[in-house]
Ligand binder design. Structure first.
Ligand code: AP5
Ligand code: ZN
Length: 214
């Protein structure tokens, strides 16, 4: 199964990716996690991406398209994958279409901006795995520690309120047009489009996804 997770920053893409990975045995391709790994490794891409991400802007389409094409050609993606954070612009979606990469589902997570700003303030992440928690809504078993490794959780550099608001503006301007784009794609072919109410609890959203995709 090939799935695109579409939604604003903080809409719950990474959180539900964990559930979908476990349920369907397909890898998560999080372009944000890939860029954060590059930053940590100090690669040339990482150096370029850091400034852009900290400013709440988008990394260039050419770089992102190249990264994703390379990743989905790997053996573990041959039975499907979850795209989390890609495509994020019309040119990125066009590049997928042009390369003949079709998906089975586009899942849009709908969450109002105010809820997102509140969520981001409480987000904690495990940098090694990309696992996501929230201090109230999805707390780790032990405060400040990842459930599986016991390693420290951190606050992402781009989760300052000011940066979150910039990321939301960028989302509305550059990514939201993909809603119409993929509704049109769904009208024409085998791709299914579904809008999910992302304001419900983590468990309720997972349950809804499980039912939808079974
Ligand atoms: P990326 O890492 O993709 O960030 P994002 O899209 O902004 O999304 P987030 O990871 O912030 O949110 P999420 O939807 O995964 O929410 P989460 O599950 O964590 O990208 C980062 C940056 O990289 C971009 O700004 C850009 O610069 C660059 N980039 C990446 N891809 C790119 C591309 N294709 N092109 C160009 N640039 C690119 O949840 C958020 C919080 O809410 C957590 O604390 C969670 O526990 C909590 N939560 C989740 N669900 C619920 C719920 N149902 N109820 C209550 N709390 C919940
Ligand atoms: Zn994420």
């Amino acid at each position: 199964m090939r799935i695109i997770l579409l939604g604003a920053p903080g809409a719950g893409k990474g959180t539900q990716a964990q559930f979908l990975m476990k349920t369907f045995g397909i890898p998560q391709i999080s372009t944000g996690d890939m860029l954060r790994s590059a930053i940590k490794a100090g690669t040339e891409l990482g150096l370029k991406a850091k400034q852009v991400m900290d400013a709440g802007k988008l990394v260039s389409d050419d770089i992102m398209i190249g990264l994703v094409k390379e990743r989905i050609a790997e053996p573990d993606c041959q039975n499907g994958y979850l795209l989390d954070g890609f495509p994020r612009t019309i040119p990125q979606a066009d590049a997928m279409q042009e390369a003949g990469i079709e998906v089975d589902y586009v899942l849009e997570f709908d969450v109002p901006d105010d809820v997102i700003v509140e969520r981001m303030a409480g987000r904690r992440v495990h940098p090694g795995s990309g696992r996501v928690y929230h201090v109230q809504h999805n707390p780790p078993k032990q405060e400040g520690k990842d459930d599986l490794t016991g390693e420290d959780l951190i606050v992402r550099d781009d989760d300052k309120e000011e940066t979150v608001r910039k990321r939301l503006a960028v989302y509305h301007e550059q990514t939201e047009p993909l809603v119409k784009y993929y509704q049109n794609v769904a009208d024409q072919g085998a791709t299914k489009y579904a809008k999910i109410d992302g304001t419900k609890s983590v468990d309720k959203v997972s349950k809804e996804l499980g039912q939808l995709l079974q």
